[in-house]
Design a binder for this molecule. Sequence first.
Ligand SMILES: Cc1cc2nc3c(=O)[nH]c(=O)nc-3n(C[C@H](O)[C@H](O)[C@H](O)COP(=O)(O)O)c2cc1C
Length: 192
Amino acid sequence: MENLRLADFGFVEGINEIIAITRNADGTWNTAPIGVMVEDSSSTSAKARLYRSHTRENVKREGIMYANVVWDAEIFAIASFDDLGESFFESLNPPVLRNSAGWCKFRAMLKGAYANLELLDGEILRREIRTVNRGFNAVIEALVHATRHVILKDEKMRKELLEKILYYREIAEKCGGEKEKKAFKVIMDRLR
Ligand SMILES: Cc1cc2nc3c(=O)[nH]c(=O)nc-3n(C[C@H](O)[C@H](O)[C@H](O)COP(=O)(O)O)c2cc1C
């Protein structure tokens, strides 16, 4: 594909929360929300900070990371804790989740704590108009804290995270729809 730009796939300057899809050693797909950091959206270069995870291991081994642009709160919630099984995909090659607005393929090279990403290919599948929904945003914020909560041992920090998660739950309940409520069920089940 010629003249690719990150902006063509919805990436903006700042951090873009997408579902990263990487190939596991057994050939299945791994899914996890990851923040793709963009300085210049008219370019093809981005990076992601990758903590210890399956995503990081897969990037190290394969050198490729796909991104799906997704507006489904429940998908974000499930992918935060588990891998999305094949029934969540509308295509396995390239890996595309159902109702994904688009997908991108990046060359991904680890450098220290980061992966340098270079856009190689991609496709826009759905151009949907959408308003800002505080419920969806609250789910994303809660998930960032919840993914830390499940790995931290320190009781004080866990308690602080839980308080933040419960704050976002109120917003999700008030402003969100069915998907946001289902996403919160996934979160609360994990915290128990
Ligand atoms: C909105 C959101 C953004 C995230 N961004 C990152 C990130 O940029 N880097 C990272 O290492 N983990 C990030 N995480 C946490 C991972 O998604 C989480 O640790 C996940 O369980 C990793 O799954 P894996 O082991 O299958 O790769 C993020 C989580 C959420 C909810």
